[in-house]
Design a protein around this ligand. Structure first.
Ligand code: HEC
Length: 206
C-alpha cells in the first residue's frame, strides 16, 4: 500500500507544474513546445508579429550562451513571451531584465513596451546541458495592444536548434521524454526503490 503514495505525489506535482496561470504577468507551458501557444486565449484578428530567437546555434556542454527572443510588429504597444527548451534534458535558463523563471521556463514579468516602434527584446542566458545532442529552444512572442485584455493581440512562434557537443553521449538514444513532465517517469523508479527497501527489510527480519 505504501508504495502507491510516491506515485500519487508525482502525479499531483505534474498537474501543478503543467497548469497555466494565465495573465499579463507571465505564463509557462505556452512556448509552442507542447503544441499550444498564446492563441488559446489571445484571440486573433490583429496582424501577427515576427518573432525570432537569436543566439549561438552550437554550444559545448556546460557553456553559457547569450540568447534573445525578439518581437517585431503586430499590435505593437506592449509584448510578452514564453521560452522553453526540449530535446536534451538539463539545460539551465536564466531570465534577463523584465523576465522571470516559471516552472523552468522563461516569461515576461510585466508586458514590455515597444519604444518608438523598435522591436521588443527579451534577453536570457542558457547553460548547455552535460549531454550531447540537439537542444531545441521553443519561443512564443505576443504583441499586444496594451488594453490589459486578451483581445486585439497576436502572437507568433520561433524555434532554434542548438547543437551540444563535448559532453557525454545520451545513454538511451531514441528514448526521449516527450511527455514534458519528468515527474511521472520518475514514479516507477521511486516505486522500485521502495520495493527494494521493503525486500531488504524483510530479508533482515527473517
Ligand atoms: C489561458 C489563457 C491565456 C493564455 C494561454 C495566454 N494569456 Fe496572456 N492574457 C490572458 C488574460 C486573461 C489577459 C488579460 C488579463 C491580464 O492582463 O492579466 C492576458 C493579458 C496578456 C498581456 C497584456 C495584454 C494587453 O493588451 O495589455 C500580455 C502581454 C500577455 N497576456 C502575454 C501572453 C503571452 C506572451 C502568452 C503566450 C506565451 C499568453 N499571454 C498566453 C490570458 C492568457
Amino acid at each position: 500500500m505504501r508504495s502507491i503514495l510516491p506515485s500519487v505525489g508525482a502525479v499531483a506535482l505534474c498537474l501543478v507544474a503543467g497548469s497555466a496561470f494565465a495573465n499579463s504577468t507571465g505564463i509557462s507551458g505556452r512556448s509552442g513546445k507542447e503544441g499550444v501557444s498564446c492563441a488559446t486565449c489571445h484571440t486573433a484578428g490583429a496582424a501577427a508579429p515576427t518573432v525570432t530567437l537569436e543566439g549561438p546555434a552550437a554550444l559545448t556542454a556546460g557553456q553559457t550562451g547569450n540568447y534573445a527572443l525578439i518581437i517585431t510588429g503586430g499590435p505593437g504597444v506592449k509584448a510578452g513571451f514564453n521560452v522553453a527548451t526540449g530535446g536534451v534534458d538539463g539545460a539551465t535558463l536564466t531570465a534577463g531584465a523584465g523576465s522571470k523563471l516559471v516552472n523552468g521556463e522563461l516569461t515576461h514579468s510585466l508586458p514590455k513596451a515597444f519604444v518608438n516602434g523598435a522591436p521588443v527584446r527579451f534577453d536570457f542566458t542558457l547553460v548547455a546541458p552535460a549531454t550531447n545532442g540537439t537542444l531545441k529552444v521553443f519561443g512564443a512572442g505576443n504583441s499586444v495592444n496594451g488594453d490589459n485584455e486578451k483581445t486585439g493581440d497576436a502572437h507568433a512562434n520561433a524555434t532554434l536548434d542548438v547543437v551540444i557537443t563535448g559532453g557525454k553521449d545520451p545513454v538511451t538514444p531514441g528514448e526521449e521524454d516527450e511527455g514534458g513532465c519528468s515527474a511521472t517517469s520518475g514514479a516507477p523508479l521511486v516505486m522500485g526503490a521502495v520495493l527494494a527497501l521493503l525486500a531488504a527489510r524483510r530479508r533482515r527480519a527473517g
